[in-house]
Design a protein around this ligand. Structure first.
Ligand SMILES: Cc1cc2nc3c(=O)[nH]c(=O)nc-3n(C[C@H](O)[C@H](O)[C@H](O)COP(=O)(O)OP(=O)(O)OC[C@H]3O[C@@H](n4cnc5c(N)ncnc54)[C@H](O)[C@@H]3O)c2cc1C
Ligand code: SF4
Ligand code: SF4
Length: 452
């Protein structure tokens, strides 16, 4: 295998995740929004320095585990000290948050317990743009956004780390951390000590901005008039709220709205997500996601699932509980897998799909995590059919033919959508699993005493 000498394949394949490591390694590179892919990616090919740190080219998880934790991953799920369900004890903060409000509580803890001088988190800039900023006071925490599911430019992460010689914590999606640690380990290892804590998000996928342009089109609104979007908050799932100028808010049900189902289906994910094997964020001290377990479905406001990967992650959970910031219930990896699904934790789709892309001569990053070889084997014909369909839909997306995508989805997947809706109705509305006692992986009554 020849080593990549620049970013041309990453740009052509749309595999960039906008982490900005290449820009830090090679100042001639900057990110721009690609009209074709509707994601941020490098405006030029850069050189070997840029290619050498790019997580859309390769991530050596074994090496990065050593760099970050000074030890190897201990199981297919990576390094694990403990796994929890958790929820902010502040009802309002919990309600506004994407799941249990744990990330906001963790940031408040890191700042108020003087563990970090500042925390890098994304903040809203304008319209659909968010960017990493260093926040220094607990007062700023409740103004931070919830989960942002569309592609954003994360380039400022590394420049903030380089600029401030302080104790810095970072909130990051998995591939963002891959870029940061690829860069630090290869080019600036002396900066590792500045990064005193990382809060990682669990992440199954993000959407290219084609999703937002498509939904605006389906609502008969101008995609270029979209000035803001909120994906979550309000209840466990929350409505998608789209803001159009001037002061026109449209709310879309995320569960049962057909337009949402089309614009936010899998094919609209950014290309790198299809080959991502690190959904559970192997490199973060504390990983936070949503609990999707049957036993926690009673929650109206959301419960977080958290993995402490390092001692400092476990200490933070313990301290937040002692300070009364969060309610906590410890769980096992079996429940983590129940919540997130085997496909996600073992990269069940990503490994064989990467192999398929390679056989087609397509660029795909080299990613071998501790979970390699643990997933169930998927049928080759199913993968090949998905690849063909993805290629067709990407062509339609690049041409902005969103109505054609709507009808294509309906004609090809209408029956599957109806089945999914029926399952949701039976389980969530009729609560059949609850009534027949099939949802008791954990004692629901015990959880109800701890969480709202
Ligand atoms: C793209 C994406 C996909 C996800 N997929 C899953 C999943 O499949 N399964 C699962 O269990 N959980 C997933 N999550 C995590 C989940 O949505 C919640 O973010 C998580 O449970 C934390 O909830 P909270 O209530 O503690 O966070 P909140 O209090 O709502 O805080 C969220 C914080 O995370 C940071 N953040 C949000 N979006 C981004 C972003 N795009 N890039 C960098 N930082 C960001 C910001 O600091 C923000 O303030 C995903 C999150 C994202 C952003
Ligand atoms: S993935 Fe990161 S390093 Fe690679 S091209 Fe994109 S921004 Fe640059
Ligand atoms: S699924 Fe993987 S590649 Fe996609 S946004 Fe999440 S961490 Fe990045």
């Amino acid at each position: 295998m020849t080593e990549a000498t620049d970013l041309r394949d990453v740009r052509a394949s749309g595999m960039c995740i906008a982490c900005g490591a290449c820009c830090a390694a090679d100042p001639s590179v900057s990110l721009e929004l690609s009209p074709e892919w509707q994601i941020y990616q490098p405006a030029s090919n850069g050189g070997m320095q840029a290619a050498g740190v790019c997580p859309a080219i390769a991530v050596d998880y074994q090496r990065l585990h050593q760099f970050v934790f000074a030890t190897a991953p201990m199981s297919p799920l990576g390094l694990i000290k403990a796994i929890y369900l958790a929820q902010s004890t502040d009802a309002e903060r919990n309600k506004r948050a994407s799941s249990g409000g744990l990330i906001k509580e963790a940031i408040r803890y890191l700042l108020s317990a003087d563990i970090a001088d500042g925390v890098i988190s994304i903040v809203h800039i304008t319209g659909l743009e968010y960017e990493p900023r260093l926040i220094r006071s607990v007062e700023e925490v409740d103004r931070l956004p919830g989960s942002i599911y569309h592609n954003i430019n994360l380039q400022a992460t590394i420049s903030l780390l380089e600029r401030y010689d302080e104790r810095i914590a970072l909130v990051a999606i998995p591939c963002q951390l891959e870029g940061v640690y690829n860069y630090l380990s290869r080019l600036r290892p002396e900066l590792r000590k500045r990064l005193v804590f990382t809060i990682g998000l669990l992440c199954a996928w993000q959407y290219s901005r084609h999703s937002l342009r498509a939904i605006a089109t389906y609502l008969n609104l101008d995609p270029d008039g979209l000035t803001d979007v909120a994906f979550r908050g309000g209840d466990q799932i929350g409505k998608l709220r789209l803001q159009f100028a001037p002061n026109q808010e449209v709310q879309v049900d995320r569960r049962a709205n057909l337009k949402y189902q089309v614009a936010f289906d899998r094919y609209f994910n950014t290309p790198r997500c299809f080959v991502c094997i690190n959904h559970t964020n192997f490199l973060a001290d504390l990983v936070v996601g949503d609990s999707w377990m049957q036993s926690t479905r009673f929650t109206k406001t959301g419960i977080s699932i958290a993995i402490a990967r390092s001692d400092s992650g476990a200490r933070a959970m313990c301290a937040m509980q002692q300070r009364g910031q969060i309610a906590v219930h410890q769980i096992t990896d079996k429940e983590l897998i129940e919540s997130e699904g085997e496909a996600l934790v073992y990269g069940e789709f990503a490994y064989p799909f990467s192999d398929l892309l390679r056989t087609q001569g397509m660029h795909t990053p080299i990613l071998h995590g501790p979970n390699s070889g643990y997933g169930r084997i998927l049928r080759a014909e199913k993968l090949a059919a998905f690849y063909l369909e993805l290629s067709t839909r990407r062509t339609l997306m690049a041409q902005g033919r969103y109505p054609a995508l709507f009808w294509r989805k309906l004609l090809r997947e209408g029956h599957k959508m109806a089945q999914r809706y029926l399952r949701w109705f039976i389980n969530r509305v009729l609560r059949l699993k609850v009534l027949t006692g099939q949802d008791r992986s954990l004692c629901r009554d015990e959880l109800k005493t701890k969480f709202r």
